[in-house]
Design a protein around this ligand. Structure first.
Ligand SMILES: [Zn+2]
Length: 483
């Protein structure tokens, strides 16, 4: 028999325009679904009752872009621009992970997500150093109980001597990941429907680094494999070499609702229009975009153009892994840019807290094709919901529950997290997890990765990076002339 819950007397921030915000309201959950939202729902004997007094019930956050394997690199990139990140994370640390490290990185990212109220995630997984890495990352998501779309990464980390990649395999068959993605889809994802908590997706190579034909053929492969989402980094501000990937994909007839583009600060108006018309998704990651020179976060501009837009954490090597941080950065960066446009003092605020909350929940769900399944506190949707306790000195009193969620709350205020009707955090504690022992394993894995990183051929990587930077400069100049 499925478990039934009744949350009583809470403030509901539903993010569903038909329900809105309700005070002194109840929510009932039956099995995997939200059964009812309203005042005075009668209690039945089989229900577990949760007192929601001084709590806010809201939808779980949706993280539409993260490289979840990177947990062991937390804080390393705090002062990096994108080229530093590419050098250290993608050319050194990415090549040092064993399959077990990949498991732990992903599993602990999931714990961080749940602790901070993220209930759905797109994992852009460019840590496919071997077939075992892929198997272990899938296992991590299954063990986590999160709603996740694992996007098999086509990108290969460099296979230097001492790395965890098989140099021979990379040389003999650099496209081995295509065959392996098929194996993973067939062996681990026999059913890839929205009823599944963990699903198969695909992450393309970097569009700025390979010909558009390669990206096009990867999209076709991913569609052949029935990928739930196909994701790709694009239009990276000052790192954008002007290839106009979205325009090219549109001209090839390849844009579709299964595509999810991340970043996109330098998308042209026709590209935003095409994304909107083809119902593709867009993931805005304000922290990395602002820090690493990827341009102003495009979130509100794109949603105003009719695009399906969500927010993403991107990496935890330079930022905390929660959505509060991203909502605040997006909102205040956008407000700043709008204020700068006004000739005198700004007399009207540009966007509101509710606009940021929408992108972090329903907007993200729409962007990843789960808009009918999660993203709001709506009867009939899957029960991915949060209870935030408003007792701390930071959260009393609550005049505006939306502002409380967006600008004041943090992970420690999250009392209870439901994913698919299952309690995964309760009374502020992660459930079914022996965190002290997982933490010990994570520390050991981090130390081992750092030990392996010492073997990275610094000169070779430095040379490859200077070649990349030079090529980037030439391409930017060439495209400036062409545009
Ligand atoms: Zn990324």
């Amino acid at each position: 028999m499925s478990t039934k819950y009744l949350i009583q007397n809470a403030t509901i921030v539903s993010v569903d325009p038909r329900i809105g915000i309700k005070n002194n309201c109840d929510v009932s959950i039956e099995g995997e679904f939200i059964a009812a939202v309203g005042p005075g729902i009668p209690v039945s004997p089989e229900q577990i009752v949760i007192d929601g007094t001084d709590m806010i019930v809201s939808p779980g956050f949706v993280d539409t872009h993260r490289h979840a394997w990177q947990t062991q690199t937390r804080t390393i990139a705090a002062d990096f621009v994108l080229s530093d990140y590419a050098k250290v994370l993608r050319n050194v640390f990415g090549s040092c992970y064993t399959a077990e490290d990949a498991y732990l990185g992903n599993y602990c990212a999931a714990l961080e997500c749940i602790d901070s109220g993220i209930t759905s995630i797109i994992d852009h997984s460019h840590i496919m150093n071997s077939s075992q890495h892929a198997d272990e990352v899938v296992r991590a998501w299954r063990d986590s109980n999160m709603r996740a779309i694992f996007c098999y990464g086509a990108y290969g980390n460099p296979a230097w001597t001492g790395s965890t990649l098989d140099n021979g395999r990379e040389t003999d068959n650099p496209d081995w990941r295509y065959e392996d993605a098929r194996r993973v889809r067939q062996s681990h994802f026999k059913d890839n429907g929205t009823n599944q908590l963990v699903r198969f997706g695909f992450a393309t190579s970097e569009p700025e680094m390979v010909p558009i034909e390669t990206i096009a053929s990867q999209i076709e492969l991913a569609r052949d494999l029935g990928a739930a989402v196909i994701t790709s980094h694009i239009a990276l501000g000052k790192w954008d070499i002007g290839l106009r990937t979205v325009r090219s994909l549109e001209s090839k007839g390849l844009l579709g609702s299964d595509l999810l583009f991340s970043h996109g600060s330098t998308l042209e108006d026709d590209e935003l229009k095409a994304i909107s018309q083809r119902e593709a998704g867009l993931s805005c990651t304000p922290d990395t975009e602002l820090q690493m020179g990827m341009g102003p976060p495009v979130g509100f501009k794109a949603s105003d153009c009719g695009c399906k837009v969500g927010l993403g954490v991107d990496v935890c090597c330079s930022a905390p892994g929660d959505m509060f941080h991203q909502m605040r950065l997006l909102l205040q960066a956008h407000r700043h840019l709008e204020h700068e446009k006004t000739p005198g003092p700004p007399m009207k605020i540009a966007k509101k807290c509710e606009d940021a909350l929408k992108l972090a929940t329903q907007g993200g769900a729409d962007a990843i094709g789960l808009g009918e399944i999660v993203g709001s506190v709506t009867p009939g949707k899957r029960a991915d919901i949060l209870l935030k306790r408003c007792d701390s000195p930071r959260l009393v009193p609550v005049h505006d529950p939306v502002a409380t969620l967006v600008l004041y709350a943090n992970a420690s205020d999250i009392d209870t997290v439901f994913i698919n009707g299952r309690v995964v955090k309760s009374a502020g504690k992660l459930q079914s997890v022996d965190w002290p022992s997982v933490r010990t394993r994570l520390r050991k894995s981090t130390a081992d990765i750092h030990e392996r990183a010492r073997l990275a051929p610094a000169d070779e990587i430095e040379k490859a990076m200077s070649r990349m930077t030079e090529a980037l400069k030439v391409a930017v100049e060439k495209n400036k002339q062409r545009l």
